[in-house]
Design a protein around this ligand. Structure first.
Ligand code: HMG
Length: 393
């Protein structure tokens, strides 16, 4: 029985900063951003947005889709919420989400963490669960806000977004194979101690560890599967910035003595980079937004095509896995809604970006009401006695 992704949708916030605007104000050459790291814009969250509101906005399309097809959303009996922008050390962000989505009490909810990798752990754990209980559906969430120190090399690679996926038996989008290649290595390339709101990063070192991890995970995959590099039509990589995927793909191809020219190699990943270029890094969600980007931005019928995925989370864990697109997968896409959302984004000037960056959720235990900034259906209206308050608009 095939198991995999039945439906997928993503959300990003309605503010963005053009990296030309950032470069004009921090003394960098804009080409370093647009060419060097391959980024054009980054999404910026409003004060009334967090990983829960982004996740709810991403999920709603799936819940509405189920209802429209006469399927019962209460078949979702598990929520696996992957994030490294946790809002609480104890309560899982997914419990707030569960409530906002009005799911029934017979639903287990848990949060997972391992940098940008944990959404892949969530997805693969979900497939194992569904293989055991084929009537049940798992809602897998990846939701993050990438935040670095102002004026640091990482600043241009910020961004945010959330992905929601339904994992089921007989999926209508992608069937996932059980064979995967794994590589774990204890390194300090990127981390965020509990007392910090921004990540610490050894940037250039992190790119080297990423490349080492892609080769090592692929080598392990070769021991687990009979598939070779030539069996893949497309690749989706973890996307801290789009150039990273291009480097990783060339690195993997070179290691496999590939016969494809540079243009053909580029075609295997170019559509997956389009949304990342204008939303930035979204940590756990980044590779899956890349998958949505590939599907939304490829007009050819990809049914039967095989995709290779390389998921990387600093620290570090890397995993290579694979899936095949199902005939008729186009019926499950939310392309128009994604495009409308992206087109409606409001560009920020540098002063407004600075103001939004400076906002921190108050920690004094008082009652605070947040200004309405997001156009999303779900918002964080404030915080009262250390309790986050959410609203469906
Ligand atoms: P940097 O060190 O300031 O940049 O920041 P650089 O000097 O290395 O330049 C970047 C590229 O732009 C270089 O190209 C330059 O040559 C080029 P490359 O040599 O790499 O091919 N360049 C130009 N090109 C055209 N015109 C110009 C120009 N100037 C320079 N005028 C760095 C880069 C990645 C270090 C920084 O952005 C950073 O620290 N980012 C955050 C960390 C990161 O994203 N790491 C990626 C791997 S780790 C990962 O993916 C995990 C992560 O998502 C976290 C998680 O798992 O949770 C981060």
């Amino acid at each position: 029985m095939p198991v995999g992704i039945d439906d997928i949708s993503f959300y990003t916030t309605n503010f963005s900063l053009d990296l030309q605007e950032l470069a004009a104000n921090n003394g960098s050459d804009a080409a370093k951003y647009t060419v060097g790291i391959g980024q054009e814009r980054m999404s910026v969250p409003g004060a009334d947005e967090d990983v829960v509101t982004m996740a709810a906005n991403a999920s709603m399309a799936l819940i509405d889709g189920m209802s429209a097809r006469g399927e019962d959303p209460q078949a979702i009996t598990t929520i696996l919420f992957a994030t490294e922008t946790g809002i609480d050390q104890s309560k899982a962000a997914g419990v707030y989400l569960h409530s906002l989505l009005k799911l029934g009490p017979r639903c287990r909810v848990v949060e997972l963490k391992q940098a940008c990798y944990s959404a892949t752990a969530a997805l693969l754990l979900a497939t194992a669960w569904v293989a055991r209980k084929p009537k049940e559906k798992v809602l897998v969430i990846a939701s993050d806000i990438a935040r670095y120190e102002r004026q640091s090399p990482g600043e241009a690679t910020q961004g945010c977004g959330a992905v929601a996926m339904i994992v089921s038996a007989n999926p209508r989008l992608i069937e996932l194979d059980p064979e995967t290649g794994i590589h774990t290595e204890d390194v300090m390339d990127f981390w965020r101690p509990n007392y910090r709101s921004t990540a610490l990063v050894d940037g250039k070192y992190s790119t080297k560890v990423y490349l080492r991890s892609v080769r090592a995970a692929w080598q392990d995959f070769q021991h687990q599967s009979d598939l070779t590099f030539g069996d893949f039509d497309y690749f989706c990589y973890h996307l801290p910035f789009s150039r990273m995927a291009q480097k990783a793909h060339n690195h993997l191809a070179n290691g496999n003595a590939h016969k494809l020219n540079a243009k053909a190699l580029d075609q295997q990943i170019s559509a997956s980079l389009m949304y990342n270029r204008i939303t930035g890094n979204s940590y756990t969600a980044a590779m899956y937004i890349g998958l949505v980007s590939l599907l939304d931005n490829t007009s050819a019928d990809l049914a039967g095509k095989r995709i290779g995925f390389f998921s990387y989370g600093s620290g570090s864990v890397g995993e290579f896995f694979t899936g095949t697109l199902v005939k008729g997968y186009q019926n499950m896409l939310h392309q128009q809604a994604h495009q409308t959302m992206l087109d409606a984004r409001q560009p920020l000037n540098y002063a407004d970006y600075q103001k939004m960056y400076a906002f921190e959720v108050p920690t004094d235990g008082g009652d605070h009401v947040f200004e309405q900034q997001t156009n999303g259906k779900f918002r964080l209206t404030g915080i009262s006695q250390h309790k986050r308050l959410y609203q469906v608009r």
